[in-house]
Design a protein around this ligand. Structure first.
Ligand code: AMP
Ligand code: ZN
Length: 111
């Protein structure tokens, strides 16, 4: 838990947020400012600042994030039409919340 980290607060239920999915290692919830009909955030429970801070031991959580993205895309019915899995990395890459997260964005087309 990192002081003053928004997503650590969400992980610890200090900021009421409905989880779409939860596992031992990560949570999934809806983005508060959706950029598309489907916009979820896939967030490891452990605080990691950004992709830049990943270490070899984090390979497992990274794989789980991507596999969860795939699963959630199916559940949200955008798997077939297509979607984006996106990491913003540091300020210049558009990262605003410095707790690792992956965006699942889609739902622009129905088929
Ligand atoms: P990024 O720009 O990659 O750091 O993305 C951070 C995302 O977190 C943005 O798309 C925000 O809309 C989203 N966000 C910020 N606060 C909340 C919140 N309390 N609940 C859900 N999503 C949030
Ligand atoms: Zn955090």
């Amino acid at each position: 838990m990192e002081d003053n980290c928004l997503f650590c607060k969400i992980v610890n239920n200090e900021l009421p947020t409905e989880f779409v999915y939860e596992s031992e290692n990560l949570i999934v919830f809806k983005d508060i400012h959706p950029q598309a009909p489907v916009h979820l955030l896939i967030v490891p429970k452990r605080h990691i600042r950004s992709i830049n801070d990943l270490e070899a031991k984090d390979e497992k959580i990274l794989a789980e994030m991507i596999m969860t993205g795939k699963k959630m895309a199916k559940e949200m019915k955008v798997a077939q039409s297509g979607y984006k899995l996106k990491f913003n990395v540091e300020r210049g890459g558009g990262q605003l919340v410095f707790h690792l997260h992956m965006h699942l964005i889609g739902g622009w087309v129905n088929k």
